[in-house]
Design a protein around this ligand. Structure first.
Ligand SMILES: *Cc1c(COP(=O)(O)O)cnc(C)c1O
Length: 362
């Protein structure tokens, strides 16, 4: 057996579909022509990397992932720069996180170099699918699932890694319009010792009902509080949360229940390089609401790959709706959006070395 991706087998589709004109209209519903796949078997390790024409997976109904959700995924983007070059944004950081998520789910991790190479190889082959318009991107969804056919509960002995790609537009239909968020005391996203810092399907299944309740109450997203005291803010929807209070930018510290966002890390590094005072410290919901009322809270935003930053215009807490910055996106939120996207589209220098150009392999 060959090491790593050296033995990569490529089978191109005989029937390229061509990029549909409205490919980016609905986030994550249009997929490119090819898929990357690699299998794991106990005793063999990860083996037989392949790029194949995109096709449905065939799984026995007893496949363990369908019953016990032993699975992890990640999400990152590639961009067509102003110069026409296709670049991925921080692929190593996403490969590293996929490994950490896998370890938490008792999934044998894949070497980060192999994961990054899978990104570059597949994007190279489906390169024409990377949209060019500012705000659009190619979304990469690497996923690992347990494939033992067994409904007895045990860590699987076999796995499938696959990577699929979607051309996407701006994540929120309302563009940069601020979202409204509501803190819930009824539901929690993650508890200490649980899965909160892994990107794993169970977390998202656990969040859906709370999200529906928030929408019924007229809010866009859930503001998650900690599981123990229901007092400390943790995340907003599937984004990390940041706030500007007085002259300080604050965000909750990573402590096992919060997903370590790559966008969070990028925003913190940029703000520190701008000389801003940035603190990773616990923030109580009552203190946040009090600061919104007395005006010291000037901005709140979420960070994540899909939207980069998303301004929060309103916070719901115990039946009260409190506006932030008059319901408008703040100056720092916009500055962060502009700075990150300028690097992504190669309109500005990349001082942190975050982007990786996709080479032409053939
Ligand atoms: C993916 C995700 C984020 C954001 O992470 P990025 O790496 O910035 O995309 C934040 N919170 C949760 C719960 C997530 O799943």
């Amino acid at each position: 057996m060959k090491e790593g991706l050296e033995g990569l087998r490529v089978e191109l589709t005989a029937a390229p579909r061509g990029v549909p004109p409205d490919a980016t209209a609905n986030f994550g519903t249009v997929f490119t022509d090819h898929i990357f796949q690699m299998r794991y078997d106990a005793g063999q390790g990860w083996h037989d990397p392949e790029i194949l024409p995109l096709a449905d997976l065939s799984l026995a109904p007893g496949t363990s992932v369908l019953h016990y959700a032993q699975a992890v995924f990640d999400g990152l983007k590639g961009f067509r720069g102003r110069d026409g070059v296709v670049r991925l944004f921080r692929p190593e950081a996403h490969a590293q996180r996929l490994r950490r998520s896998a370890e938490r789910l008792a999934i044998p991790p894949i070497a980060e170099e192999w994961v990054v190479e899978s990104f570059l190889r597949l994007v190279d082959i489906d390169r024409e699918w990377v949209p060019a318009e500012r705000g659009t991107a190619l979304y990469l969804r690497p996923t690992i699932i347990a494939t033992d056919i067994a409904v007895g509960l045990h860590p699987s002995h076999s796995f499938l890694y696959f990577l699929i790609l979607c051309p996407v537009g701006a994540y929120y239909a309302e563009g940069a319009a601020p979202v409204s968020i509501v803190a819930t005391e009824e539901f929690v996203r993650a508890a200490p010792g649980g899965l909160g810092d892994a990107k794993t399907p169970a977390n998202y299944a656990a969040s859906l009902l709370a999200g529906e309740r928030a929408k019924e109450a007229g809010y866009t997203q859930v503001l998650w509080l900690d599981a123990v005291e229901r007092r400390w803010i943790e995340e907003v929807g599937t984004m990390n949360i940041m706030a500007r209070i007085g002259e300080e930018v604050v965000t909750p510290p990573l402590g096992g229940t919060i997903l370590a966002g790559v966008t969070r890390d990028s925003a913190l590094r940029l703000m520190r390089s701008w000389g801003l005072k940035v603190s990773e410290r616990p923030i109580a919901i009552d203190a946040l609401v009090a600061a919104a009322k007395d005006g010291t809270l000037s901005e709140v935003w979420g960070t994540g790959t899909a939207a980069v930053v998303s301004a929060v215009g309103e916070i719901g807490w115990r039946g009260e709706r409190v506006r932030v910055n008059d319901g408008k996106a703040g100056a720092l939120t916009r500055r962060l959006y502009d700075a990150v996207t300028a690097i992504q589209y190669a309109e500005a220098p990349d001082p942190f070395g975050w982007t990786v150009s996709v080479p032409a392999y053939n």
